[in-house]
Ligand binder design. Sequence first.
Ligand SMILES: Cc1cc2nc3c(=O)[nH]c(=O)nc-3n(C[C@H](O)[C@H](O)[C@H](O)COP(=O)(O)OP(=O)(O)OC[C@H]3O[C@@H](n4cnc5c(N)ncnc54)[C@H](O)[C@@H]3O)c2cc1C
Length: 233
Amino acid sequence: MSFFQDTLSIFKKRDLSFIESHKESEDVYSFLFEKEKDLTWKAGQHGLFTIIHKKIKNPIRPFTVASAPAENVVRLTMRIGDSPSDFKKAMLELQIGMKVRISGPVGGFYLKDHSPSLLIAGGIGITPFRSMLKQIEAEGNNGDKHLLYMDTKQSYLFKEELDNIANNSSIRVTYLCSRDDLHQEIDAFINLYKDNGKYFVAGPKSMVGDISNYLKNNTIPKQAIKKDAFLGY
Ligand SMILES: Cc1cc2nc3c(=O)[nH]c(=O)nc-3n(C[C@H](O)[C@H](O)[C@H](O)COP(=O)(O)OP(=O)(O)OC[C@H]3O[C@@H](n4cnc5c(N)ncnc54)[C@H](O)[C@@H]3O)c2cc1C
């Protein structure tokens, strides 16, 4: 998607109809919305979501669309702690048929070619990769993809789905809980693909910054690293 198209799509607003929500883990919820036929996105992109069923301060947040277009539903998956923001409280109050507004989806965080790619998720940063893997599952494989899913609490979201995809394709999924192990896996991928690999990193901002620095210190050029830094964590 070109910069021009991206800029245009941020002005495209539409209201999505709420279908249901469910808990994924102790503090993570998924929200499903109807996908109108003409709404589409690149797996991995995010939208700007606005609460419209009530008046709140700061009603807009960016969220990755955690579903693939092929799933025909818009899924948001978000961490909601003990004292959530008004935005997240409002999300938990949604009833079937109520609307949330989306601008976009936008962003350059998606697979552009068939290059071997290392997908590195930190915690809730798994959302864009769920979308990418689901799309690959629907469309067929497109080159070596290895997902490294790091979570120090070992609370891995979508584990069953990810394992299923890994079992039925050449995509590899590795669950990790320590930085040392993560670095080892990154080193192995770098050794295997040298300059031909692409690197996608998503998660809390500090984690994305650290991993991106690690990659750059290991001779990976900036252009080969795509980042999706989740602010607010
Ligand atoms: C491109 C992009 C994609 C993203 N995708 C996702 C995604 O898929 N899933 C996801 O979960 N996040 C995602 N995020 C992050 C998301 O946009 C929010 O920033 C994040 O979820 C935090 O939400 P929140 O601000 O509603 O705060 P909360 O998560 O509710 O709270 C964060 C902290 O702020 C405190 N807090 C909340 N409200 C107040 C208040 N009024 N006064 C004082 N303290 C308060 C809370 O106690 C908590 O400690 C993404 C961000 C970007 C930029």
